[in-house]
Design a protein around this ligand. Structure first.
Ligand code: NZQ
Ligand code: ZN
Length: 393
C-alpha cells in the first residue's frame, strides 16, 4: 500500500426532488449572484431549468444564464461564459447538466480567478491555476464524475485538441443529485455514462502494485453494481433504484476512492479517447469502450496478476489452465458486456475510420499531452499508442 492523501470536499445532496433545495444551498454558501450554465436544451425541455430558477428566486439569489455547452465542451464557450460572468458580477457558476457543463463551468471559474492569463494555458500544461471561482451543480447524467472530481476537460476547437486539467481548486462546492433527472436520457447516453463510470475505476485498477485489499473490494463492488444496473436500465430505463446506484457510482468512481493506495493511475484509454474526441467529436464513454479491449490485449501480459484478479472477481470467469487464458477470458467478458449494452468495441463500430496519418497524429498528440509516456499497467509511448489505435480499427 502506498501512502495517499484523500480530499473529497464536495457537499452532496442526493435524492428525489433535491433540485428544489438549490437556492437555499447557494444561500448557505453566502452567494447572491449566480451564472447558470447549461447545455443544448435538455434542461429547458424537461422543465428542470425553470424549477432551479424558481428555487433561486425563492431564496433571493439573482441569476443570469448561458446555455449552449456541447458535449466535448468548447473553449470559445468558456471565454463567453467568463466574459458574461464578469460583467454580471457572478459569485458562483451553477452548472445544470452533465460533465460537459460542469467542466465548462470549472474552466470559467479558472478564467475568472485569473483574468490576466489565457485559461487554455492550464489545459496545455503551461502553468497552474492560482484559483477558481466557486462552482456548484445540479447533475443530469451519471457519467463523467466531474461533480466530485478535480478534473475538467475542454476542447480547443481552433486546434482540435481535447485536454484535461486536474487541480483541487475546482472541486464542486455543492452537488445536487436527483437520479430521477436522468430518466430522460437517451439510451445511448445512459450506456455511455455507465461505460465511463466503469472506466474511471478500471483506469485505477490496472496498476503494478501498492493495491489495497479494501480499495480493490470497493472497486470490484462498484464495477459489478454498475454492470448489473446498466443491464437493468437497458431493459427498464425508468428504474429509479438502478438510476440511483449508477449516479452514486459515477461520483465515487472519479473522486479517487477506487484508487487509494495504488501506485498511480493508468488512464491510457482516456488519453486515447481524448484524441478521438478532439478529432472526431465522439461520445466520451463510447470512445472508451471502442479502445479499451485493444488496450487491454496490448498490455495484459505486463500486468497479468491484476488481469487475472479482474477476470475472476469482476467478470466471474472460472480460472483457466493458464493465467494468460484467464486474463484473456476476462477481457473478452468485458468486451461482451459492452456489446450487450450497445457500446462499440472497435473504432469502426464507433463510426470513425482514421487514416494512418490521423492515427500517427493522434498518437503523437496523446504522447505529447502526457509528456512523452503514459500508463501504470504498462508504460506506453507514441508507437504503442499508434499500435493500439490500429488494433482497434
Ligand atoms: O446538452 P444537453 O441538451 O443537456 O444534452 C446532453 C448531451 O447531449 C445530454 N443530457 C444530459 N443530461 C440529460 C441529457 N439528455 C436528456 N436528459 C438528461 N437528463 O447528454 C449528452 C451528453 O452530456 P455530457 O455532459 O457531454 O455528458 P457527460 O457527463 O458524459 O460528459 C462528457 C464530458 O466530460 C468529460 C468528457 O471527456 C466529455 O467532454 N470528462 C470529464 C471528466 C471530469 N471532469 O472529471 C472525466 C471524464 O473522464 C471525462 O473525460
Ligand atoms: Zn471518463
Amino acid at each position: 500500500m502506498f501512502d495517499f492523501e484523500y480530499y473529497a470536499p464536495t457537499r452532496v445532496i442526493f435524492g428525489r426532488g433535491a433540485e428544489a433545495r438549490t437556492g437555499q444551498l447557494l444561500k448557505e454558501l453566502s452567494v447572491s449572484r449566480v451564472l447558470i450554465h447549461y447545455g443544448g436544451g435538455s434542461v429547458v425541455r424537461s422543465g428542470l431549468l425553470d424549477r432551479v430558477t424558481a428555487s433561486l428566486d425563492e431564496a433571493g439569489v439573482v441569476h443570469t444564464q448561458l446555455g449552449g455547452v456541447v458535449p466535448n465542451p468548447r473553449l470559445s464557450k468558456v471565454r463567453e461564459g467568463a466574459e458574461l460572468a464578469r460583467r454580471f458580477g457572478a459569485e458562483l457558476i451553477l452548472a445544470v447538466g452533465g460533465g460537459s457543463v460542469i467542466d465548462s463551468s470549472k474552466a470559467i471559474g479558472y478564467a475568472l480567478a485569473d483574468p490576466d492569463h489565457d485559461v487554455w494555458d492550464l489545459y496545455c500544461g503551461k502553468r497552474k491555476a492560482i484559483g477558481c471561482f466557486p462552482v456548484a451543480c445540479v447533475l443530469t447524467i451519471a457519467a463523467a464524475g466531474s461533480e466530485m472530481s478535480n478534473s475538467s476537460v475542454i476542447t480547443n476547437e481552433e486546434t482540435g485538441e481535447k485536454r484535461g486539467y486536474r487541480d483541487n481548486k475546482c472541486r464542486v462546492k455543492v452537488a445536487v443529485m436527483n437520479p430521477e433527472l436522468t430518466v430522460t436520457l437517451p439510451d445511448y447516453q445512459t450506456a455511455a455514462g455507465c461505460t465511463d463510470i466503469m472506466m474511471h475505476t478500471i483506469e485505477r485498477y490496472f496498476t503494478q502494485g501498492g493495491n489495497m485489499e479494501l480499495t480493490d473490494r470497493i472497486a470490484e463492488g462498484l464495477l459489478r453494481t454498475v454492470m448489473k444496473s446498466a443491464l437493468i436500465l437497458r431493459d427498464d430505463p425508468a428504474n429509479y433504484e438502478a438510476r440511483a446506484e449508477v449516479m452514486w457510482a459515477g461520483s465515487l468512481s472519479h473522486n479517487d476512492l477506487t484508487g487509494l493506495g495504488a501506485n498511480g493511475m493508468d488512464f491510457v484509454s482516456h488519453g486515447l479517447e481524448h484524441e478521438l474526441g478532439g478529432m472526431f467529436d465522439v461520445t466520451h464513454g463510447a470512445g472508451l469502450s471502442a479502445v479499451w479491449p485493444s488496450w487491454a490485449r496490448y498490455v495484459y501480459k505486463d500486468c497479468l496478476p491484476r488481469f487475472v484478479q479482474f477476470a475472476v472477481n469482476v467478470m466471474d470467469v472460472a480460472p483457466k489452465a493458464t493465467d494468460e487464458e484467464t486474463a484473456l477470458a476476462g477481457i473478452a467478458a468485458l468486451e461482451n458486456f459492452f456489446r450487450s449494452i450497445h457500446m462499440p468495441v472497435t473504432l469502426k463500430e464507433l463510426g470513425v475510420e482514421p487514416t494512418e496519418e490521423q492515427i500517427l497524429s493522434m498518437a503523437a498528440s496523446c504522447a505529447r499531452g502526457a509528456g512523452g509516456k503514459k500508463g501504470t499497467a504498462k508504460v506506453l509511448y507514441e508507437a504503442d499508442m499508434a499500435a493500439i489505435y490500429r488494433m482497434a480499427l
